[in-house]
Design a protein around this ligand. Sequence first.
Ligand code: FAD
Length: 404
Amino acid sequence: MSINNIDEALQRISELADKFSGTYPDRDRNNEYPRQEMDELKQSGLLGFSIPPGYGGLGANCTEITEAIITLSQGNPSIGQMFLVHCLLGASFLDELAPEPLKKKVFEDILTNNVFLGNAASEKTNDPKKGYDLSFTPVDGGYEISGKKFFSTGSLAGDKIAVIGMLDKTMALGIVPSDAPGLEIRDDWDAMGQRGTGSGTTIFDKVFAPSDMVMASITDASRQMAVTNLLGPITQIGFTGIFIGAATGAMAAATQYIRETTRAYPWPGLDFDKAVDDPYILVQMGDLSARLAAAEALTYAAARKVDVALEARATASADEMAQLRGEASVAVSQAKIVATETGLKVCQDILVSCGARSALREQNLDRFWRDIRTLTLHDPISFRVRSVGEYVLQGKLPTPALRY
Ligand SMILES: Cc1cc2nc3c(=O)[nH]c(=O)nc-3n(C[C@H](O)[C@H](O)[C@H](O)COP(=O)(O)OP(=O)(O)OC[C@H]3O[C@@H](n4cnc5c(N)ncnc54)[C@H](O)[C@@H]3O)c2cc1C
């Protein structure tokens, strides 16, 4: 399927999200990776969404990626998260950090062979102060990768897996086919939320990666901490988009439930026939909708600031760039703080308006809350609130890094 521009892509994403919202309750209930939905997404012509036009992609900017993630997450937040990982790895990260031949090869693979990227970075038991336990060992023509990963979001969807580990004392990234000898992807992600993300265990037993598919040092401070590097804000606003999408999906599900199922309760002194006329339900749903609209507006405003900083890279001085990047990062953190709080509140409080029967397992209306609660643990919000405080009180801009 060919998609020619961003508008067409966003339209297609919206159609897919509508469709995926129908299977989301059962996928969640059955603790299932949404294989058919992901196959459809992979065949949809959308995988080059964020690849720069110079390489043949659609070149979505940060605001457009955010819109795509919000929309897709309304349908199923697990699919939103996997698509985000693909967009980040399959464009932003490589564009920023990879040598030209690697970048070209992966982009080409995505665009011509519909290759979807999953990741294997985090580990369950490593000592974060020392880096990862997984190792890259130089061998003839490339590297041998050995170790065990967990939180491998998108690994079940991935035709290729981006794996991060230690090469001597520096952090390396390799891209290997998911069917490479020695690579085992386990379908063992068993969490209370984001159940469809395939975020379980990945085992590497002497998996070979040729030299041209390995970046030997991704922690090179000059690149990672450059003021022109916007990977942190792009990543974090993407996650914020998933919270907004999930909460929007929760509001839609609650609206339908209240219209169709919630009964008008005969409280003394109140006279109405339908739940949609219940003044307390009206007040609560109005309040939740206002909070969510504010969090969404903040999210888009932050994404636009990231785009301003990205566009300024061509002309801004180092000082101007530091300021623009720092302000974008603070705006993203502010949006993520508000979206975390608002998303959790919306997904919890819809149940009050829907009524007691909405807590029955057959309704599965808690899926949105379980998804947001799980994903908001991805990186702790307290650090982010503190960094905004440092900006407000000390005028300190966040140091460029993957999380800021
Ligand atoms: C649904 C889901 C999918 C995920 N997918 C991926 C993925 O695809 N790739 C990936 O690399 N990671 C992924 N993660 C993992 C995430 O990035 C963290 O590595 C993970 O949350 C660490 O959790 P832990 O339970 O081991 O925390 P611990 O390391 O046990 O945390 C101990 C304490 O440190 C705090 N803490 C933990 N991590 C950080 C941090 N990074 N910065 C500051 N404080 C911290 C915790 O809040 C806690 O108080 C995913 C997480 C979730 C919930």
